[in-house]
Write a protein that binds this ligand. Structure first.
Ligand code: F6P
Length: 549
């Protein structure tokens, strides 16, 4: 196992590099995006590239030759290339959990038929066998009927990935099995799913890396109880498979040993859709589509490995995140898919980025003096245009946006898809160019409005412009493009995290809430609350009161 690279660049980043970025920012703030386009006829081509099945246009970002050079120097000074090499070599970059982070090896399996380690190869081989057994009808429900529906019971990284992919591929025709997802512990979720699935032919995947997650265990227990009573059969084991890194815990929970898919411990939850946690995808859309998704991710692995930093698109996007966060003071980014079947992408990326980069200490435990990961949010276009785009265009904060679109639709209806694309492209154009109050005032005067009135209204209508965005296009939304898109975002996250010097692979911040919820379970049932604060005590009393009526 190779060792991790040195991480001694923190103080340098904190002082010297940050002030260099801020100086460049001071100068670049005075150069508008429109001006940059006017001054450089080749700007669009210079700051865009084909990356595997994706076309990425970042020319509407505040970037130029000098900024790019400074950002790439920053990446070199903070050992970004060395950390990518370490990641590929299987180094334990997840230092607080002493785990490897070799995600490219998972994608390599889909190309070479083998990865770099035996456990990974065994995982895919068991997964393929299980998928084949379900599809051939060799594995059936207790009454001998072939499975028609699959319910993925899991939360966080054991839910978002397969849920996103199954929704995104749904536009390519009916899945082999119908997918359902139960994540939240809110009883309405599992109740509503169980009310729609056919008991005899439903397979449940209990997806939990730790196999200790409260939400997942509760929903799985509810599903098992429902199945037993609906089928009037005590033994419904054939209906439950597990995906986990803790096979013994899955066995203790009552999952049959031969129906447990074991995932290597180093595969982190929010990066796990490349592993057997993608089982729902493979069951619903076939092992071939699952493999194609990994191959799409592999195309980005190759790009990242073999492209100089100055042309390395995911790296540049990650450096732009650092640029905006630390030199511009921006802490929010919008992800705006103009493709209905990418509507879950913002939620997926929320976990990927915010659970990974929501850190305030370096990987060595040093408290950081600069900002790290910000807020990721968004929704599908054009819906967002009738909601928060007002703030994107005229609000007091600059919020960089990602527009994502597929150039062909699976559901052509008149000119609707063309209209969707026109809206997508026009939003980034307007965010960049805006419209001045003077220009608007003149138009209003030309239309006959008195000059004073026109001047006043023009202030309200003026669009500041100069608001940055990236546009990511794919020819059509398919498994390969999806894999590439997700891997692109992963490398973007890694780049920014490596510059910041944080460990993007752990998530200690979610643990305390989990522990306290156990204490409060007791308090809600009547345990002593004297050690609790008065607000929490009052809320508990309200809950208890409501149970009496
Ligand atoms: O929310 C915290 C978290 O640990 C995520 O990182 C993870 O994806 C999720 O819980 C589910 O965990 P598990 O797969 O172990 O059930």
């Amino acid at each position: 196992m190779s060792t991790t690279p040195q991480h001694g660049a923190r103080s340098r980043y904190d002082a010297e590099i940050r002030s260099t970025l801020q100086n460049i920012a001071q100068n670049s703030i005075t150069t508008s995006l429109s001006q940059r386009f006017n001054e450089d006829a080749d700007r669009a081509a210079r700051y865009s590239a084909d990356v595997g099945p994706l076309f990425v246009d970042y020319s509407k970002q505040h970037i130029d030759k000098d900024i790019l050079a400074a950002l790439c120097t920053l990446a070199r000074d903070t050992s970004v290339p060395e950390q990518f090499a370490a990641l590929r070599a299987g180094a334990h970059l997840n230092n607080t959990e002493d785990r490897a982070t070799n995600y490219p090896s998972l994608r390599r399996w889909a190309v070479d038929g083998k990865s770099s380690d035996h456990a990974t190869d065994a995982m895919y081989s068991s997964m393929a066998k299980l998928v084949a057994a379900v599809h051939s009808g060799e594995l059936t429900g207790t009454t001998g009927k072939a499975f028609t529906d699959v319910v993925n019971i899991g939360i966080g990284g054991s839910d978002f990935g397969p849920r996103l992919i199954c929704d995104a591929l749904a536009n390519q025709g009916d899945g082999i099995l119908k997918a359902h997802f139960a994540a939240n512990i809110d009883p309405s979720v599992i109740t509503e799913i169980l009310a729609t699935v056919p008991a005899e032919t439903t397979l449940f995947i209990v997806a939990s890396k730790s196999f200790g997650t409260q939400e997942t265990r509760s929903n799985a227990n509810a599903a098992r109880a429902w199945l037993s009573s609906t089928l009037n059969c005590k033994n419904v084991d054939q209906h439950f498979v597990a995906v986990t890194s803790k096979p013994s815990a899955a066995k203790n929970f009552g999952i049959k040993e031969e129906l447990i898919l074991c995932t290597p411990e180093w595969v982190g939850g929010r990066f796990s859709l490349w592993s057997s946690f993608g089982l729902a995808v493979a069951l619903c859309f076939g092992m071939d589509n699952f493999r194609t998704m990994l191959q799409g991710g592999h195309a980005i692995d190759l790009h990242v490995e073999h492209t100089p930093l100055e042309d390395n698109v995911p790296v540049i996007l990650g450096l732009l995140d650092v640029w905006y966060r630390n030199a511009w003071g921006i802490s929010s980014q919008a992800v705006l898919p103009y493709e209905h079947h990418l509507k879950l992408l913002p939620i997926y990326l929320q976990q990927l980025f915010m659970e990974s980069a929501g850190k305030s200490v370096s990987r060595d435990g040093e408290v950081l003096k600069y900002g790290t990961g910000g807020v990721i949010w968004g929704t599908e276009g054009t819906n967002g245009q009738h909601s928060f785009h007002q703030l994107l265009h005229q609000g007091s904060d600059t919020i960089p946006c990602d527009f994502i679109a597929s150039l062909r639709t699976y559901n052509p209806v008149g000119e609707q898809h063309q209209n969707l694309i026109a809206n997508c492209f026009s939003q980034s154009l307007v965010l960049m160019k805006g419209q001045s109050a003077t220009e608007i005032q003149q138009t209003l005067i030309d239309e006959g409005m008195p000059s004073d009135e026109a001047g006043q209204l023009a202030q309200h209508k003026a669009m500041l412009g100069n608001r940055p965005s990236t546009t990511i296009l794919m020819r059509q939304l398919d498994a390969r493009a999806l894999g590439a898109l997700i891997a692109l975002y992963e490398y973007r996250l890694f780049t920014a995290s490596f510059v910041w010097g944080i460990n993007p692979f752990d998530q200690w911040g979610v643990e305390l809430g989990k522990q306290i919820s156990q204490t409060l379970m007791g308090a809600l049932s009547g345990d002593d609350v004297s050690s609790l604060d008065s607000s929490t005590t009052q809320l508990i009393a309200r809950y208890q009161e409501a149970q009496k009526t």
